[in-house]
Design a protein around this ligand. Structure first.
Ligand code: 0WD
Ligand code: CA
Length: 390
């Protein structure tokens, strides 16, 4: 069973990357540089891109977090849902990159100032189009990679393209994922609404605003942070959706951000173990990556009513799970990611210098030119598939 869990390259697994034995990743925690925010962007009700933080929401502290009464089923009939057949790939991130090229020049400067020669400076001057970043992807893609050592159900496929010295990683929906999405039971479909409704009960558009729980929920809207960090030898820039910030604006990003989550109330010891084993792993990985320090969880019953909240500090989650006998080890996750990225660099070497020029008509007027790596169209140079059978 386990030896089938491996990453394969496009040519059918000639250069496979095995997950087991996990002991290969049971090493000291690798160097992970403190994530810093290099920018933000927003997606509005029409899913249009804005190069600013207009959709960032503020956390509204409920009077008594241990006793709340949020009915997450309310307003389901008014839901405005993003078209999930529309594959956006990395487009919004690439749009942000194109509008913020100068931030990558700064990255170059900090790279070259730490190296000795002036020779390198002139070399850089000629290759201004480079981003001086090894990996670009959504945060969610890295979350999936981090969780892979302990994931026994869902495989994934990522397309990887090397373009101008940067590896772009973009997830491709597998047939299994598509089946599940398209054939989701009505009840399940309704439950995916609950998470969004929960956000509405705890956030406001303005620092001193009140939650507007009778407004329709629109899943097109999003606020995204863009984070730069480094895992060992891999520099990376990724973007992740952020639910809200602490209203007090003296705190800087990403420390001010709060991740909101819902989960089924647990009473039996085995439910609690499963919560720590599976949910806390995903919650930790997702917030650890961008350095989001707090997760506010709403615990709900089977009818979709949240009765109490609990705050988890991201950095303390690994201590919470230590109470259990073998569960998951954050070092294994991060070392796995480190070695997997090294594998990708090795497997995907051919640089597609041309990229793909895609003209996009913007509101019938100006033409925006997006030069993108092939991974963002479905015509990629290399595909790294991760799959396994149970
Ligand atoms: O190309 C893809 N396969 C994906 C694209 C998979 C995952 C996300 N995305 C894109 C979407 O455009 C989305 O706007 O990434 C954006 C979010 O990026 P992320 O922060 O890297 O994603 P993730 O950490 O997986 O999820 C964060 C939140 C989710 O909240 P919860 O509390 O459930 O983790 O983003 C939302 C969701 O609210 N979200 C999505 N929104 C739109 N499309 C998607 C999606 N596919 N997946 C999660
Ligand atoms: Ca959330």
């Amino acid at each position: 069973r386990y030896d089938l869990k491996r990453a394969e390259d496009f040519s059918g697994g000639k250069v496979a990357f095995d997950v087991y034995p996990l002991s290969r990743f049971d090493l000291p925690f690798p160097n992970y540089r403190q994530p810093s925010e290099v920018g933000v962007f927003s997606l509005d009700a029409e899913r249009d891109f804005h190069n600013d933080g207009r959709k960032l929401r503020c956390y509204v502290v409920p009077p008594d977090p241990k006793h709340v009464n949020f009915d997450l089923t309310e307003g389901y009939d008014t839901l405005i849902k993003r078209d999930e057949d529309e594959k956006e790939r990395l487009d919004h991130m690439l749009r942000w990159i194109l509008k913020n090229r100068r931030k990558f020049l700064l990255a170059r400067r900090s790279v070259s100032s730490s190296s000795e020669t002036g020779e390198q400076e002139s070399e850089h001057a000629e290759s201004d189009s480079q981003l001086h970043t090894d990996f670009i992807a959504w945060r969610g893609h890295f979350t999936k990679i981090l969780c892979t050592p302990y994931e026994n159900q869902d495989g994934w496929t990522m397309a990887v393209s090397k373009f101008n010295g940067t590896w772009y990683i973009s997830e491709v929906e597998t047939p299994e994922q598509r089946d599940r999405r398209v054939n989701m039971a009505p009840r399940q479909r309704e439950m995916t609404y609950w998470g969004y409704k929960f956000e509405q009960y705890l956030t406001a558009a303005e620092p001193n605003g009140k939650p507007e729980t009778s407004d329709p929920v629109n899943t097109n809207e999003a606020f995204c942070t863009v984070i730069r960090t480094r895992l060992n030898t891999h520099s990376m820039v990724f973007s992740g959706e952020v639910d809200c910030r602490i209203a007090d604006n003296r705190m800087r990003a990403p420390q001010c951000y709060i991740e909101l989550k819902t989960s089924r109330e647990t009473y039996k010891p085995n439910q609690q173990r499963n919560f720590r084993r599976y949910k806390l792993l995903k919650w930790w990985a997702q917030s650890f990556l961008p350095g989001v320090p707090r997760i506010v969880a709403g615990f709900r019953d089977d009818n979709g009513v949240v009765n109490f909240l609990e705050t988890f500090k991201t950095m303390e989650i690994p201590n919470i799970i230590k109470a259990d006998s073998p569960t998951w080890n954050p070092s294994v996750c991060v070392n796995f990611c480190d070695q997997f990225l090294a594998h990708v660099k090795k497997v995907v070497q051919e640089d597609n210098h041309r990229g793909v020029l895609r003209k996009k008509r913007v509101e019938n007027s100006a033409e925006e030119e997006l030069r993108m790596p092939e991974a963002t169209r479905q015509q990629f140079l290399d595909v790294v598939r991760f799959k396994w059978r149970n």
